[in-house]
Design a protein around this ligand. Structure first.
Ligand SMILES: NC(=O)c1ccc[n+]([C@@H]2O[C@H](COP(=O)([O-])OP(=O)(O)OC[C@H]3O[C@@H](n4cnc5c(N)ncnc54)[C@H](OP(=O)(O)O)[C@@H]3O)[C@@H](O)[C@H]2O)c1
Length: 246
């Protein structure tokens, strides 16, 4: 039941970071993994890792169906959609320009929503009687912090989207869950990692006394994609070294 062997998985944002680690984890466990990238330069290295590259910018959701269709034509279904692609920002709330706000909302929230919608429609079209969605949210969807107003807002929205879709699509046998990572060592947190004082302050508040690694997120994604979580929907798993439990 824990197996994801031969499951067809589509993951957004596998060029690096958490998305890449999740893609590798699924390949290692026998899944057939399609991963979205924006830049052709990653194609060869992904293929070497048995991750099938798909060029897709999640802000171009008008072409979501066209992007997923070749996977349906080849595999007949997608067993699990993982909405991972995301961007953050350290802009103070008082200084945000409309363009940056739009970009974060389009990437983190609208990008995830329209892929969920497209996935749901295509599963129906191909007469697949189930679906499984995992949204990579954030602990900043649960709690606030300095310089994260819009990012935090989009991640909170992703969590509420997760719950609402779980209810709306339960009759279609779709499960929709989320993962909330804490501070993970990726390019997204590079600035914080470089600022020794800030990093130490954050570490002081993490009971496990280390930042997370992208690989720390993989187990929860495998669990949510597997049949062992078959009675679980509309929920989120927090992976933050204990940061938000205090
Ligand atoms: N790192 C953390 O501490 C942390 C904590 C909580 C939640 N998260 C969430 O985890 C997810 C992955 O973050 P990460 O830490 O792995 O960040 P990352 O290393 O910066 O990677 C972000 C990924 O998203 C892709 N991406 C960004 N905008 C995109 C777009 N418009 N269309 C398609 N792909 C796009 C990037 O592709 P390119 O290479 O083309 O830019 C890259 O593959 C995000 O949703 C993030 O919010 C991260």
């Amino acid at each position: 039941m824990f197996s994801v062997k031969d499951k067809i998985v589509f993951i957004t944002g596998v060029s690096r970071g958490i998305g890449r680690a999740i893609a590798r984890g699924f390949v290692e466990h026998g899944a057939i993994v399609y991963g979205s990238i924006r830049n052709e330069q990653y194609k060869d290295e992904l293929l070497k890792e048995n991750i099938y590259p798909v060029i897709y910018d999640v802000r171009n959701f008008q072409v979501a169906e066209k992007t997923l269709l070749p996977i349906y034509e080849k595999e007949g279904r997608i067993d699990c959609l993982i909405n991972n692609a995301g961007i953050s920002s350290n802009t103070p709330a008082s200084l945000f320009k409309e363009e940056e706000v739009r970009k974060i909302i389009e990437t983190n929230f609208e990008g995830a929503f329209f892929l969920c919608q497209t996935y749901y429609k295509l599963q129906k079209k191909y007469k697949i009687k189930q679906g499984n969605i995992i949204n990579i949210a954030s602990i900043l969807g649960l709690v606030g912090t300095m310089l994260a107003s819009i990012y935090s807002g989009t991640k909170g929205a992703v969590l509420q989207l997760t719950k609402s879709l779980a209810i709306e699509w339960a009759n279609s046998n779709f499960r929709v869950n989320a993962i909330c990572p804490g501070f993970i060592e990726t390019d997204m947190t590079e600035n914080m990692q470089k600022r020794e004082e800030l990093k130490n302050k954050i570490l002081e508040n993490i009971p496990l006394k280390r930042l997370g690694k992208p690989e720390d997120i993989v187990g929860a994604a495998l669990f949510l994609a597997s049949d062992y979580s078959s009675y679980m929907t509309g929920q989120y798993i927090v992976i933050d070294g204990g940061l938000t439990c205090q």
